[in-house]
Design a protein around this ligand. Structure first.
Ligand SMILES: C[S@@+](CC[C@H](N)C(=O)[O-])C[C@H]1O[C@@H](n2cnc3c(N)ncnc32)[C@H](O)[C@@H]1O
Length: 197
């Protein structure tokens, strides 16, 4: 059986339409962030899946680069995004040369899809791709999970992984009604600011 950091794991599920993580639209927390935050620039969406957020970022004026290593996910995103499908690339986030330094990286259920032994690599890559002062924003999954994936964070593991390169400047619980059953009551909207190098 493939691991959740291998493309086959996701490909099989997208092809079968078995996607309990798929929000079917743009999370309310992101809609609020985009309405309130006046900065613009280059945003990266790693592990973008169906990519609903791509159109929301484009509409808000961001230059978007989204990546996923499952061909079925990329096809799905491109089909629903129409002209904005060109923002979505197929590739391995850890292996591809990154885009030019980003101002923002958007996270939803990508980190928790990775086994914890890959988290230091995630943190290092995020830090390398973001300009100093840039922000890693999105929905992070905290709690206890008897049968991962998803692999939840704890306060301690989040600080241990991200705290060196990032300062957490916002963390607030997402109301359970705004989450899918898989994540209900365990999601937080967070903003981590890249420390100066
Ligand atoms: C739980 S899904 C989340 C998808 C999307 N972010 C969402 O919120 O619906 C995790 C996604 O990360 C992708 N993924 C996992 N590891 C990856 C990697 N190394 N490079 C690119 N995509 C990856 C998977 O193919 C899958 O689409």
């Amino acid at each position: 059986m493939s691991r959740s950091d291998e493309p086959g794991f996701w490909e099989e599920r997208y092809r079968a339409g078995r996607m309990p993580w798929d929000a079917g639209g743009v999370p309310v927390a992101l809609q609020r962030f985009l309405a309130a935050d006046l900065t613009r620039g280059r945003v990266l969406i790693p592990g973008c899946g169906s990519g609903y957020e791509v159109a929301a970022f484009v509409a808000a004026g961001w230059i978007v680069d989204a990546i996923d290593f499952s061909p079925a996910a990329v096809a799905r995103a491109r089909q629903s995004l129409g002209p904005h499908g060109a923002c979505v690339r197929e590739g391995d986030f850890f292996a591809e040369p990154g885009p030019a330094r980003c101002d923002l990286i958007y996270e939803r259920t990508f980190l928790c899809s990775l086994p914890p032994e890959r988290w230091p690599e995630y943190a290092a890559r995020m830090a390398a791709l973001l300009r100093p002062g840039g922000r890693l924003v999105g929905l992070f999954y905290y709690g206890v999970e008897p049968e991962p994936p998803p692999y939840p964070l704890t306060d301690g593991s989040a600080r241990a992984q991200l705290g060196e390169a990032f300062e957490r400047v916002e963390s607030r619980p997402v109301p359970a009604a705004q989450s899918l059953p898989l994540y209900a009551g365990a999601e937080r909207w967070e903003i981590w600011r890249r420390r100066p190098a």
